[in-house]
Design a protein around this ligand. Structure first.
Ligand code: AMP
Ligand code: MG
Length: 484
């Protein structure tokens, strides 16, 4: 096999050395590409098409490191549930940063590539099922218009990983705006050397918040920007019924992207207290709790940034608290406006919040399907379903019709708005599990079919019908697992 080059940079390793460890992936015995995202490679201008299949497989499994690439694992910490822990990339390596033709810097990361100095007791490996799960959900989130890391490839390693059972080992190639987490700042601030956190802040601002470069009191400005960014992200999650499942501070990325798809899942029937994760016993990361947890995580970011804020400590504590307290209103405004668009309203008036919450209450009380209820509303005529024949629903529907008719831009525009935010299809858990199970048993066709069904989630089509139906009682997925 010839050596080849793939021009990846590694500006992250210009940070102080505490932030990373340079090392290479551990080779694997029999790598095989299971899926490769050519559309994504084309979109970001990553040209691997000159490589032979063997070379490409060797690269994506970590067996062949292109000339000039200097991979590294990132150090970070984090609050897992409420407990502070030292973490770091225990089974991941950033192979380098790819700069797109339009100048965007993206991390190319392998997940499952072997042990690192941060592995603690872990084996550094990943199982095929969870990597396919990250692939399909992250790609679906992207198609749904939710900021997210992307998935470029999954390869199997030919090795077995041992969890509660034996599973085929796999490596996912993840493409991300960056991997700087709230937990990276928590880690930096442990060093009692302001210069360390300052270096991380400067790097983050350069990479994701260039507008802040011109501002005074950059640490405070960053906190404000992160509040906006995370409120935007959570609003998207709530729009599509997504439950992350492990919103630990190490899983909150300051690129503003959804990151680390573990026990995440989409809701079928609408219930605000929905939890899928098998480890979330108290419902900390339930659907409706996500905005509060985002605020809690941002408070951890604020604590880490406090020493860098210019001004007297007490005054800065007060300013940071004011900002953190503003999260609720910032989020609520975004949520109201998003829910308004789900109902075809371009702006929100006095009585609209009640219109929104009455519908959500009705969906909840009737255990209706979250996605399909909004999908049905976006049609100009409601389907003749028994569910929609109740007096309660009809009353709500009349109120809504009266309201939407008052929209200045006209009904056509309202329906177009609804079609742009209410998906026809989401990655329903039972369909995901079905595809992953087949994939683990060697049949990747259902997985490919699922990926293509989720490609244009706002466009109707008869071929989507099998993916739109809520699970039958026997198909319901009640719990999801981290699979680490
Ligand atoms: P996650 O649940 O994927 O967000 O991971 C939490 C932490 O556990 C991170 O520091 C991971 O790198 C680490 N980790 C997860 N799985 C493994 C593994 N198989 N081997 C080593 N470290 C792991
Ligand atoms: Mg994580």
């Amino acid at each position: 096999m010839t050596e080849f080059s793939c021009p990846l940079e590694s500006t992250y390793t210009e940070l102080p050395e505490v932030f990373f460890s340079k090392l290479s992936p551990t080779p694997v015995s029999q790598p095989k590409i299971i899926i490769f995202n050519q559309k994504l490679a084309d979109k970001i201008g990553l040209n691997l098409s000159d490589l032979s299949t063997n070379e490409r497989t060797a690269f994506l499994s970590g067996n062949l490191i292109p000339k000039g690439i200097k991979p590294f694992a990132q150090a970070y910490a984090g609050h897992q549930f409420e407990n502070f822990t030292m973490l770091g990339d225990g089974r991941a390596l950033v192979m380098g940063e790819h700069v797109t033709p339009t100048g965007q810097r993206l991390d190319l990361q392998f997940k499952g590539s072997g042990r690192t100095p941060y592995s603690r007791g872990g084996d550094g490996r990943a199982a095929l099922g969870p990597m396919l799960r990250e692939y399909v959900i992250s790609e679906a989130m992207h198609a749904l218009g939710v900021p997210t890391t992307r998935s470029l490839a999954v390869v199997t390693t030919g090795e077995t990983v041992y969890r509660e059972n034996e599973f085929p080992g796999a490596i996912l190639t993840r493409i991300a705006g960056s991997h700087i987490r709230v937990g990276t700042f928590e880690y930096a601030s442990l060093h009692e050397d302001k210069a360390i956190t300052q270096a991380l802040l400067d790097y983050l601002i350069d990479r994701h918040f260039p507008a802040i470069k011109e501002k005074d009191n950059q640490a405070l400005a960053l906190l404000k920007a992160a509040i906006e960014q995370q409120a935007d992200l959570i609003t998207h999650w709530m729009r599509v019924g997504f439950i992350h499942g492990v919103m630990n501070t190490d899983n909150m990325a300051l690129s503003g992207e959804t990151i680390d798809y573990g026990p995440c899942a989409f809701m079928d029937v609408f219930a605000p207290d929905t939890v899928f994760s098998s480890i979330d016993h108290k419902g900390r990361y339930a659907y409706a709790n996500q905005p509060y947890i985002a605020q809690w995580n941002l408070a951890r970011l604020a604590e880490s940034l406090l020493p860098l804020m210019d001004g007297h400590r007490e005054e800065m504590v007060e300013k940071a608290e004011d900002l953190l307290n503003s999260f609720e209103q910032v989020y609520k405004n975004k949520w109201l406006s998003m829910m308004g668009s789900k109902l075809g309203l371009a702006g929100i008036g006095n009585k609209d919040e009640k219109l929104i919450t009455d519908l959500l209450d009705w969906i909840h009380q009737n255990s209706a399907d979250f996605t399909n209820t909004f999908r049905d509303l976006r049609k100009e005529k409601l389907p003749h379903e028994e569910l929609y024949n109740s007096e309660n629903f009809k009353n709500w529907h009349t109120r809504w019709q009266d309201r939407i008719e008052k929209e200045e831009q006209g009904l056509e525009t309202s329906f177009a708005l609804m079609r742009s935010v209410n998906p026809v299809v989401i990655p329903r858990n039972h369909k995901v599990e079905e595809a992953l199970q087949a994939g683990e048993e060697g049949d990747i066709t259902p997985f490919h079919n699922l990926i293509s069904a989720l490609d244009k989630p706002y466009e109707d089509g008869d071929h989507l019908l099998p993916y739109q139906a809520p699970p039958q009682p026997g198909e319901k997925v009640l719990q999801t697992f981290c699979g680490t």
